[in-house]
Write a protein that binds this ligand. Structure first.
Ligand SMILES: [Zn+2]
Length: 222
């Protein structure tokens, strides 16, 4: 089985080296020194990371911002997130969980605990298992074709189009075992893509004609 890939984001060099050492036989560690570096790695390698381990307090994009942004890319939004925090920072930990973190490792970092927590997270990632890849496909088609679809690009109109399309195209389930989503996106035949895009274009007309962001007077009158 291929080695799991852990993205480590921490501006504390000692903590980074400790975690790399603890995990050296269990997974591949990609080390980055702040939120910007970590986020940039995720953007350049969508769907390639199995777990993010991050510090919360960093000077260049903190962990809270990184948790939010890490989930932006459809291929990254299911990556489990483990945060590193001090036990006296309950408020930070609560906030991290609210934003979407999955678990916390408390400082000081101890080998046995870190290994156990990280490996538990890898198991959770595996058990998230089945995933409706159609969500990713539809989102990608909308993003790539937003201009030719002729709808207003505001978040509400995009979301309406996404919802309409997903309610009407059959779901396509795949196992999220690493790379499966990527290969599925890549392997969609051009005929399938054209059919999907035609469906999306049909619903785009509805969103374009009846946008909810700012109803025009004639819509209200009817
Ligand atoms: Zn709009």
């Amino acid at each position: 089985m291929e080695k799991k890939r852990l993205l480590l984001v921490d501006d504390d060099q000692v903590a980074r080296e400790l975690i790399e050492e603890f995990m050296q036989y269990d997974c591949d560690c990609i080390s980055t020194q702040n939120g910007v570096e970590g986020f940039s790695y995720l953007e350049r390698n969508p769907g390639q990371i199995d777990l993010i381990v991050m510090d919360l307090i960093m000077s260049v994009m903190d962990g809270f911002e990184l948790i939010r942004r890490a989930q932006e890319h459809p291929l990254n939004k299911n990556i489990p997130i483990l945060v590193i925090a001090s036990s006296d920072r309950q408020e930070d930990i609560r906030k991290a969980f609210m934003l979407g973190a999955d678990d916390v490792i408390l400082k000081p970092l101890e080998a046995d605990i870190v290994k156990k927590r990280v490996n538990n997270m890898f198991d959770i990632a595996d058990s998230r298992g089945i995933h409706n890849v159609m969500e990713d496909l539809v989102r990608i088609e909308i993003e790539e074709n937003i201009e030719s679809l002729g709808i207003c690009p505001c978040p509400l109109c995009r979301r309406d189009l996404m919802t309409l399309a997903l309610n009407n195209v059959p779901p396509k389930y795949v196992n999220t075992e690493k790379g499966a989503i990527m290969s599925k996106v890549g392997s969609m035949s051009s005929t399938e893509r054209i059919k999907l895009l035609a469906e999306i274009a049909r619903y785009a007309e509805m969103v374009r004609d009846y946008p909810r962001h700012a109803p025009v007077q004639s819509d209200i009158a009817q």
